[in-house]
Design a protein around this ligand. Structure first.
Ligand code: APR
Ligand code: MG
Length: 278
């Protein structure tokens, strides 16, 4: 139900946020994204996030893992890096995503703490990074960071039941903001985003997105927009809008909401960006 404190975020708003393209662009100026995602158990999550980041315009994407499980030969569009024996400070990047399939463990906690201590401003935390923050008591987070929990992840962070989150999503995102103190994106039907004042509700999206891996693509896209210089709230809004719009386009053109998969989200991004530029 729409209340005055909720602003519906629509196509015309998204259009205004699109990063511009210039003849002087090069891969570094278009934003370098570091994706800390995927692991032995969940190798695909990092790949989906990296591909989402590339399609959202990031000029240079590196997927880094502690025990590298992805192959560069199979993934020629982005760089891969084994983090054994090197640290974050050896790498150059404008924005970093940590979490999708990365594992809930000491190492993930260590990296989050390092980013926090160094006051690195452009960070997106998703999935395992959120659970790690709960286990290692890493909340609150810097104000310019973005967290992207689904319902279950947020329930875990707030230490409440899933029902408690679903029955009043507005109340839940307000509580989340108090806990995280950064930009919060609550996924699901009618994705909500807040930075503390207004709460935005993303107008695009549908249940075709209810497929594993689509959340990883979203996290990569938001990271790419951060890397290209969008402000945290803007990057979250644009990422969620474009992500949702791929599902609307899918249902429109295929007359079906069951068959869409995460790769289809990635492949539909160009069409949505084109539409936003019209
Ligand atoms: N309506 C609109 N959007 C939806 C709907 C829906 N009914 N269902 C899902 N979505 C969107 C969400 O808004 C979000 O953007 O799809 C995306 C799903 O993201 P996640 O829930 O993060 O899913 P993902 O990480 O890709 O895959 C799920 O994560 O927590 C683990 O155990 C879980 O292995 C599973 C994996
Ligand atoms: Mg997820």
């Amino acid at each position: 139900k729409a209340t005055p404190e909720v602003i519906l975020f629509k196509k015309e708003h998204a259009s205004r946020l699109l990063p511009s393209v210039s003849t002087d662009d090069n891969k570094a100026s278009r934003g370098r994204s570091l994706i800390l995602g995927g692991s032995h158990d969940y190798p695909g999550a990092g790949i989906l996030a990296a591909r989402g980041a590339l399609r959202a315009g990031s000029g240079y994407v590196m997927l880094a893992q502690k025990d590298l499980v992805v192959s560069s030969l199979e993934n020629p569009d982005f760089l891969v890096k084994d983090l054994r024996g090197s640290s974050l400070s050896d790498l150059n990047f404008d924005a970093v995503l940590i979490g999708p399939g990365f594992g809930v463990n000491d190492y993930t906690a260590e990296l989050i703490l390092e980013l926090k201590t160094k006051n690195f401003p452009n960070v997106v935390l998703d999935a395992d990074a959120l659970t790690t923050c709960v286990d290692f008591k890493l909340f609150p987070l810097p104000a310019s960071w973005i967290v992207t929990p689904h319902t279950g992840e947020l329930a875990r962070c707030l230490k409440v039941s899933v029902h408690e989150v679903t029955k009043d999503r507005l109340a839940a995102i307000k509580k989340a903001r108090q806990l995280f103190q950064c930009v919060v994106l609550l996924k699901g039907h009618g994705t909500l985003i807040t930075q503390g004042q207004e709460i935005f509700r993303i107008a695009s999206g549908n249940a075709a997105l209810a497929k594993s891996g689509t959340g990883d693509v979203l996290a990569g896209m938001i990271t790419a927009f951060r890397a290209q210089g969008l402000k945290p709230l803007e990057a979250a809004l644009l990422g969620a809008y474009v992500h949702g719009a791929t599902a609307n386009l899918w249902v429109q053109s295929h007359k079906d909401a069951l068959s869409m998969i995460a790769s289809d989200v990635i492949d539909s991004i160009p069409r949505i960006l084109w539409r936003l530029r019209q």
